[in-house]
Design a protein around this ligand. Sequence first.
Ligand code: SF4
Length: 187
Amino acid sequence: MKIHQIIEKTRANGPGTRFCIWVQGCSLQCLGCFNPETHDFDAGYKISVADIFEIIRRDSKELDGISISGGEPLDQAEDVLELISKVKKELKLSIILWTGYDLHELMDFEIYKSFTEYLDLIITGRYEQSLHAPEGLKGSSNQQYIFVSDIYNENDLKEISIAEIQLGDKKIKITGVGSEIVKGWFE
Ligand code: SF4
């Protein structure tokens, strides 16, 4: 997989404590995207599905689930499918995924039906700058929640912090749907 960044434990990218992956590469290029450094397919780093699964497995007892954002996960759909199927079958964790495609477009992906076997919640739709309104797990008000399983409902998403600050060794990391700077370690 081509990855932009991983945060091994976050509480601002879905309900509970989650392992969050930002994939690298996005073919959709929404105007005003708050994560433009994830767009370039040549940036980021490669990690095998087996290796990323092993990192998740190691801490899985402390996790409620995983979240996959980007970048555009559908741009590397085969790898994402392999990962989410292993996480669901072997670790029984909940899985949330953001995609810039809307539901109508997703139906055109042959692989989408397989995705729905493993995902619990999908946040769909391009980020629309004119509709900017971070709330729950949406960055703009046109985006939609698709509750694939009954694990979560809209109330579960209302209390999620829109930003989270993590302190590391002489570094600070800011993450969350409403954090417009972000996604990295600041020395
Ligand atoms: S909001 Fe998502 S789909 Fe849109 S350009 Fe940014 S990473 Fe790509």
